[in-house]
Design a protein around this ligand. Structure first.
Ligand SMILES: C[S@@+](CC[C@H](N)C(=O)[O-])C[C@H]1O[C@@H](n2cnc3c(N)ncnc32)[C@H](O)[C@@H]1O
Length: 473
């Protein structure tokens, strides 16, 4: 399944991380002052500048440098000896011992506490976390990660917030809420789309987090945030209803929609195999299985090999259902009739949101449940495991899902790992992560190798984090 997104920076592109390149002479003076103080890790001079709302997230208009980028980038090896160049304070022996990260940590922390946005991208399409990762700055990366988790959790709360209306029709918000909501909107709150998730702004122009169409970009009314981020390759995000109306094309290696979005791809087979092994340890036979999202039928083929006592599939797309009924597919009427009892093997046509409540009403229970849809945001996955899995999964059962949340950049993947872990815990589940190597040989280049004929490279990471979820004991 394709998670939503922005394409991460091409590693082959060499960045010029010098102060001169990132804060050019054309930078407006008020923005340049904040950026230079952040770059110099001059907390004492920076703090008063941040007391005005919005100042922690100013952006250089051409390079997109934010104070966070500046504070992190100053720690690049080639900048370290210059890190105090712009401060007026006298150098101390501590400055001479400057390890690269300690002062930067304090500055980055202060910036986050002052409202800096964790996933603003710069002209290299790097968030401050991407930059910290590229420069090998683990503590700074960790601060960005924690800020991302806080922001995404908050976004989740605001998403669930029912807007109250005052008598005159205005929304009632608690003090500060409006500002937070606005910040999340612009910073790309959670909502990593499943097919394409992530948590960044370029993308969140979606996925809930994800991409806005170019014409939808809302330029901040703040002129100091007028930087327009690079547009992700592949354009806009997929919306569930549009996807379910779109035409699909199957070939041996992929299933794509009419906009060439990769719905499912054969390179994910090893992930499906490992998911089956996690859900059915020892490939136990005779289990009761529920799979949501048929796609290419890869995982269902593997489930079927274990001769389950019950195998239910939920699929919403008419073209996938047509394929299921075709002679090319082994999950048609004959397969349904081959079940040990009537209705034991069944493809339920419709959106899971409509089918699952009926299964619950009928008292259906399962030992293994897998969830892998397309074009839906994270809120749907969360709703599924919070509201439905507890009623559907029998004692000792295992729940799994395709973990493509934020998979187009490492920081977003790491943020979503934490967020989903917390939400699973809220739902009473423990999650165990197993890291799998992803063979990236055919997945490195946009439009090439496996991505030929696919609009967007929705996977960029060489590790897949496989979740195995069970109820807390
Ligand atoms: C990524 S594919 C699943 C791939 C599958 N795991 C495999 O091994 O081939 C996602 C599937 O979910 C289906 N889907 C999307 N939204 C859905 C919904 N709300 N309810 C049920 N199925 C949905 C899509 O049509 C698609 O067939």
């Amino acid at each position: 399944m394709a998670p939503t997104t922005v394409t991460a920076q091409d590693p082959a592109v060499k960045s010029d991380d010098s102060l001169e390149a990132r804060i050019p002479p054309t930078c407006p003076a008020n923005v340049a002052e904040i950026l230079r103080r952040a770059w110099a890790h001059d907390l004492a001079a920076l703090k008063p500048l941040l007391s005005v709302p919005g100042r922690a997230s100013v952006q250089e208009p051409t390079t997109g440098e934010t104070p966070l980028h500046a504070a992190v980038r100053a720690c690049a090896p080639e900048n370290r000896s210059n890190s105090n160049k712009t401060t007026t304070s006298a150098r101390t022996s501590e400055d001479d011992d400057y390890s690269g990260e300690k002062k930067a940590r304090d500055v980055v922390y202060e910036l986050f506490m002052s409202g800096a946005i964790w996933n603003d991208v710069d002209s290299n399409n790097e968030t401050p976390g991407c930059l910290a990762d590229r420069l090998g700055l683990r503590d700074l990366y960790q601060l960005c990660l924690e800020a991302g988790v806080r922001a995404e959790l908050l976004f989740g709360l605001l998403e669930g917030y029912e807007e109250l209306e005052s008598e005159d029709g205005d929304e009632i918000m608690e003090e500060g809420e409006e500002e937070e909501k606005e910040k999340e909107k612009e910073g790309g709150g959670a909502g990593a789309e499943d097919g394409q998730n992530d948590g960044d702004k370029a993308k969140k122009q979606e996925d809930g987090d994800v991409e806005a169409e170019p014409e939808d970009i809302i330029l901040d009314s703040d002129p100091d945030r007028a930087f327009v981020p690079p547009q992700p390759a592949g354009g806009r995000n997929v919306k569930s209803d549009e996807y379910l109306r779109s035409e699909l094309t199957y070939d041996k290696s992929k299933l794509v929609d009419s906009s060439q979005n990769g719905v499912m791809m054969a390179w994910e087979t090893s992930i499906m195999r490992a998911s089956v092994e996690a859900l059915l340890p020892g490939l136990a036979v005779g289990r009761r299985i529920l799979n949501i999202g048929f796609g290419m039928g890869i995982i269902d083929g593997m489930f079927a090999e274990t001769r389950p006592s019950k195998h239910h599939i939920i699929e919403a797309h008419p073209a996938v259902l047509e394929y299921v009924d075709s002679p090319d597919c082994k999950f048609g009427k004959e397969w349904e009739a081959s079940g040990p009892t009537e209705g034991a093997y069944k493809v339920h046509a419709g959106k899971w949101q409509e089918v699952v409540p009926k299964l619950l009403e009928q008292g259906e229970m399962y030992d293994a449940i897998y969830f892998d849809t397309f074009g839906e945001d994270y809120s749907q996955l969360r709703m599924f495991f919070t509201e439905y899995v507890p009623g559907l999964l029998d004692d000792g059962g295992v729940f799994g899902f395709f973990n493509g949340l934020g998979a187009d950049r490492k920081i977003c993947y790491d943020v979503y790992t934490k967020v989903v872990e917390m939400h699973l815990s809220d739902a009473g589940m423990d999650v165990e992560w197993r890291e799998l190597d992803v063979d990236m040989s055919g997945l490195q280049k946009e439009g090439k190798g496996e991505w030929q004929g696919v609009r967007r490279r929705y996977w960029t990471l060489d590790k897949y984090r496989l979740p195995t979820c069970t109820f807390m004991g």
